[in-house]
Ligand binder design. Structure first.
Ligand code: 6GU
Length: 258
């Protein structure tokens, strides 16, 4: 996978792309990420990327020309149909489903905007997808681009050591994850649920599924409408509704509760 990012703040990406899994994925050659300074695509002496809005009003608007030139250059030896993604709170909300779809492409071009917005003609002419990462306002598209890059890279085969960890995690199957514990078995009087220490694989599986359902019901009940639920899940949900419990889990009272 190759990802091109166009931004007026290339430095924003330096540390995150050189850290942890994003760094390793690039070193292993599983993904290439190139950050391009939008100013290098300007055509005037002062490398201006913004201007006053026609019609007046506060704030500045990013000029279309540098985005058009950048996209033309970056698409030059790319397959037709390469997504050109523009980050804006007006975009389609990003979901794991959408990340999976983007991960099928060999090449992605990410455009980061700033100020009050970008000249509408850049959006019309080159942008194929507008993406938002949530209902709040950022200073610019860069943090959103980084979020998409992170979510994409971990789906590239070989990037995560354990491929099955992308399977069981939140959202992959439409439910939130069950609670996790590691040593010690007791910490300041808080005990790990006994079933997890029992070695009974079937009981552990059932406990985890139940607590995954409980978390989802408590925190994100709307996800249960679209999750794939088995007959066992419906039974577990019925049990859960009979046994109201505080969230987050209280480890001390979970023993025997499977
Ligand atoms: Cl993609 N950009 C900006 N500026 N703000 C946002 C966003 C994007 N997604 C949520 N808020």
């Amino acid at each position: 996978m190759h990802i091109d990012v166009v931004t007026i703040f290339p430095d924003f990406f330096r540390s995150p792309l050189q850290t942890s899994i994003l760094a390793r994925a690039q070193q292993a050659g599983l993904v290439t990420i190139q950050i391009h300074d939008l100013r290098t695509f300007t055509e005037d002496k002062h490398r201006v990327v913004d201007d006053y809005p026609y019609g007046g009003g506060p704030g500045m608007v990013m000029k279309a020309q540098p985005f058009l030139a950048a996209t033309e250059t970056l698409r030059a030896d790319s397959a037709d149909g390469t997504p050109v993604i523009f980050f804006t709170p007006q975009g389609r909300p990003l979901t794991q489903q959408r990340v999976c779809e983007f991960s099928e492409y060999q090449h992605l071009i990410l455009l980061c905007g700033h100020y009050e917005g970008v000249d509408e003609r850049a959006r019309q002419a080159v942008v194929t997808e507008e993406v938002s990462i949530g209902d709040y306002v950022l200073t610019g598209g860069e943090p959103a681009a980084l979020v998409l890059i992170d979510a994409l890279v971990r789906l590239v085969p070989g990037v995560l050591g354990n491929e099955s960890s992308t399977e069981s995690e939140s959202f992959a199957k439409g439910l939130l994850e069950h609670p996790h514990y590691t040593r010690p078995a007791e910490l300041d009087g808080m005990r790990v649920p006994e079933v997890l220490l029992s070695g009974h694989h079937e009981q552990i599986r059932r406990w985890r599924r139940k607590h995954s359902l409980r978390r989802t019901l408590t925190r994100r009940p709307e996800l249960l409408r679209t999750a794939e639920l088995t007959e066992e899940d419906h039974k577990l949900l019925a049990e859960i509704k009979q046994q109201p419990q505080k969230e987050p889990q209280e480890p001390t009272q979970a023993s025997g509760d499977i």
